[in-house]
Design a protein around this ligand. Structure first.
Ligand SMILES: Cc1cc2nc3c(=O)[nH]c(=O)nc-3n(C[C@H](O)[C@H](O)[C@H](O)COP(=O)(O)OP(=O)(O)OC[C@H]3O[C@@H](n4cnc5c(N)ncnc54)[C@H](O)[C@@H]3O)c2cc1C
Length: 494
């Protein structure tokens, strides 16, 4: 490697790291970007092989309009390449929803265009009574119109508590939000902060949800990293950071198997637990900060199955399946961990071919399905969850069963191996890092600045709000600004 000294070293090419490194380099700051894997993109990694192009994990972006990546692409001068494969005014029947009320023997299935502004299809799907419709409308209007300053007061209120205060404790709306908490936020409704869930629902309704990209989310990574290198940034793949070097309370650089690199700033998107407790080491922090970090609760994971079909069977782009008894709250999660799975399971599935004609070879189809699960890489119940997912797929969509050529299974162990070291109990397989857990998001979210001078956290664990990829991009934008200011101060001090 030619140079060993940089202005900034960024760890990780997921959306949090890639966005920050790319923007720093664009602003003339000499940046080294280190990625432990040979593949790029972190959890936003898309597979591109054998004529297939799809996301390894089932993704849908919120919001579609006003997304962090729209701003990043604009700053890079490549707005014309920011082309979501689903726009907010797309008129195609995009989503298929299957729902079963407790008292119904069978699921009701309905396909519709995206957008949550028209409640009629939901009322139909849910078989809502006139009284239920009235209550649902009142709550949804309140959600949609809640101003940011009121929303911000709900960082330590769970969505379940917020709904209970409105006498919504069961019924189709509660079930739908229980499903959304699992499927969109990878959390249970009784652990997710109302502030974040309401924000994401507002964005879904007003700015669109379920966003996709041709070739998968790798489109975002590929463009950002291409611009990073074009602007003179140095990207090293297959280069695991072993230690972040700290001396006298300030960052000095990093060590890797490929040598040591020096910089006064290190931005880590490796996750707050791995960064503080492993890469830097607790000895460099005040005890109270270490205890604070240790107490942060890892978000849940999403386990997925990819179905490769020998003919195109599914017609719409996204499939959402839930019943009153399928989504997981804390109590049901406890049961799952004890090996008692619900009879039915919630599913969120992406059919990439709907969004991209080149997602699969001609005459084939790939479906990426997922459900919420423990983030513990050692979780013993994952195989039983996969079995249940397969059963649920077969029951709801029997037409795919004869078309399956092969299946691939991914759980928290694989998520951790790909993206995040496991350094705390149940940590490593998180879907969205600390996610939207009550008491540790919004104003209560860990700050991107740390007590070590020159060490910043970017990505899903710090400094931003909203759904997974968008949140990480937003964090990358904000950290870029902080780093610029810090370097400016350092220069002036010299
Ligand atoms: C199954 C699943 C489904 C999801 N669904 C959605 C969805 O529908 N919508 C949505 O918006 N989001 C979704 N997400 C979440 C989203 O992908 C993440 O929130 C986002 O990618 C996190 O970005 P990040 O940059 O913070 O971290 P990551 O993407 O985890 O990136 C971290 C990077 O750092 C690298 N790294 C770690 N340690 C080191 C080290 N020591 N040295 C060098 N490199 C290192 C990793 O290899 C990785 O590339 C999903 C995630 C999963 C797993």
């Amino acid at each position: 490697m030619k140079e060993q000294n940089y202005d900034v070293i960024v760890i990780g090419t997921g959306p949090g790291g890639a966005s920050c490194a790319t923007l720093l380099q664009k602003r003339g700051i000499r940046t080294l970007l280190l990625e432990k894997n040979e593949v790029l993109g972190g959890k936003m990694y898309s597979v591109d092989s054998d004529g297939y192009a799809y996301d390894l994990f089932p993704h849908g972006q919120v919001p579609i309009r006003g997304n962090a990546f729209e701003d990043i692409f604009a700053e890079l001068g490549v707005s014309d390449e920011y082309v979501p494969a689903l726009d907010i005014d797309d008129q195609r029947e995009m989503i298929t929803m299957a729902y079963r009320r407790k008292e119904w023997p069978e699921y009701r299935v309905l396909s519709q265009k995206q957008g949550l502004t028209d409640p009629t299809p939901f009322f139909e799907l849910w078989g809502a009574t006139p009284e239920e419709c009235e209550q649902i409308m009142a709550v949804m209007v309140e959600i949609m119109t809640l101003p940011p300053e009121e929303r911000a007061k709900l960082d330590d209120v769970t969505m379940d508590e917020w709904l209970a205060a409105r006498q919504v404790r069961s019924g189709p709306l509660y079930s739908y939000l229980g499903f959304q908490a699992n499927a969109s936020l990878a959390e249970p409704i009784d652990l997710v902060a109302a502030s974040e869930m309401i924000l994401i629902l507002q964005q879904m309704m007003i700015q669109g949800g379920g966003g996709q990209y041709k070739g998968g989310f790798a489109l975002l990574t590929n463009v950002m990293l291409r611009e990073f290198e074009k602007n003179g940034g140095t990207l090293v793949k297959g280069c695991r950071v072993e230690k972040i070097l700290v001396d006298n309370g300030a960052v000095q650089g990093v060590t890797t198997a490929k040598g040591a690199f020096r910089a006064p700033v290190v931005v880590s998107s490796a996750g707050i637990h791995p960064t503080v407790l492993k890469l830097v080491g607790p000895e460099h922090f005040d005890k109270s900060y270490v205890n604070y970090v240790k107490r942060l609760v890892p978000g849940w994971a999403f386990t997925s199955i990819r179905y490769f079909l020998d003919k195109p069977v599914m017609k719409t782009g996204i499939y959402a399946v839930w019943s009153d008894e399928s989504w997981l709250n804390l109590e049901r999660f406890k049961q799952v961990k004890a090996g008692k799975l619900p009879d039915e399971i919630t599913l969120f599935m992406v059919n990439h071919s709907f969004f991209d004609e080149n997602a699969a070879p001609p005459g084939k189809q790939v479906l990426v399905s997922g459900t919420v699960c423990s983030s513990n890489p050692e979780a013993g119940e994952i195989e039983a969850v996969w079995e249940k997912m397969d059963q649920q797929m077969k029951k709801l969509f029997p037409e795919i069963w004869d078309a399956i050529e092969r299946r691939e299974y991914t759980g928290p162990r694989e998520i951790s191996q790909l993206t995040r070291d496991s350094v705390v109990t149940a940590g490593g397989g998180e879907c969205v890092g600390l996610a939207q857990i009550v008491g540790q998001c919004g104003a209560m979210k860990p700050k991107s600045e740390t007590p070590v001078r020159g060490l910043y956290l970017s990505g899903a664990d710090a400094g931003a709000e909203g759904m997974g990829t968008h949140q990480s991009g937003l964090s990358g934008i904000r950290v870029t600004h902080m780093v610029e200011q810090y370097l400016d101060k350092l220069t002036k001090a010299l």
